[in-house]
Design a binder for this molecule. Structure first.
Ligand code: SF4
Ligand SMILES: [Zn+2]
Length: 267
């Protein structure tokens, strides 16, 4: 469920989620109304997991008014598992409060993005590695599942090292207890990435790089998938694009390497 609420206070250079947010704080009562209306449209059988994505941090009171937590938890009752997103810095008492109100199991999705030391400093995310690790430990201690997002094509990571740094970040997230990890190729379009590209600080990732990263991560302890949202926008050879996307879909579904794609055009 995509819920509309307050904009995230962080301004990560790769993010374009502000387009789907409100200018001020989320009014109390707005999210339960949105969720209740959306749930009425779902035909049974219900999915086993409900994802509440608010294009911000679920545990930021400005984005999710604390008084709405009981009603949101009540509406989530039919689902055995509930996923919300949060920056590591906003994980804390409100996370525990929501977990206590839920009947289903809580999973928190957290962006690790990268562990490249220079890129981490440049992303505007204000997420030092120790913060991610501390939040991951906190979730594990309180038996809350962790899903992590890792980027491919992070600004300031040299193009030739892009694949390696993404694999390393996936391994780091898995070592900190993430049970599911999504690899997200950075997509331009927010203006800032185009500015960085012109300066030579951002190179858009390719479809083949996404394939390569996923292959490397399939033996990881976590379930690792490639995010295929807007995959048509990734740079790649048009002759084999369709086959490569199918291969990625297959690897996402099975968790196993699929036969290589051979292409006379880009081989
Ligand atoms: S913390 Fe998440 S939602 Fe906020 S700007 Fe960064 S990527 Fe976007
Ligand atoms: Zn090709």
């Amino acid at each position: 469920m995509f819920l509309a609420g307050a904009e995230c206070p962080f301004t990560c250079s790769f993010c374009d989620l502000w387009r789907y947010t409100l200018d001020g704080p989320t009014p109390a009562g707005a999210l339960p109304i949105q969720l209740s209306r959306a749930l009425q449209e779902i035909e049974p059988p219900l999915p086993t997991r409900l994802k509440l994505y608010n294009a911000s941090n679920f545990f930021d009171r400005r984005a999710v008014p604390q008084q709405d937590l009981p009603r949101l938890a009540e509406l989530s009752r039919p689902f055995p598992a509930i996923t919300v997103e949060s920056h590591a810095s906003t994980i804390g008492p409100m996370t525990l409060e929501f977990r206590t109100l839920l009947i289903g199991r809580l999973e928190v999705a957290m962006g690790l993005e990268t562990i490249h030391p220079i890129a981490v400093e440049q992303l505007n995310k204000r997420l030092e590695l120790f913060r991610f690790d501390g939040a991951a430990d906190f979730l594990a201690l309180h038996r809350i599942d962790l899903r992590a997002f890792v980027l491919l094509g992070v600004p300031y990571v040299p193009a030739g090292e892009m694949v390696e740094w993404t694999v390393r970040a996936v391994e780091h997230a898995a070592a900190r207890g993430a049970g599911r990890i999504a690899i997200i190729p950075v997509r331009g379009g927010n203006g800032e990435l185009e500015r960085l590209e012109a300066l030579g600080d951002f190179t858009p990732p390719t479809l083949v790089q996404l394939e390569t990263v996923l292959e490397h991560c399939l033996s990881c302890a976590a379930v690792v998938t490639a995010d295929l949202w807007d995959v048509a926008r990734l740079r790649g050879c048009e002759a084999c694009r369709g086959q490569r996307v199918k291969r990625l879909e297959l690897m996402n579904l099975t968790g196993r390497a699929a036969p290589f794609v051979t292409c006379a055009v880009c081989a």
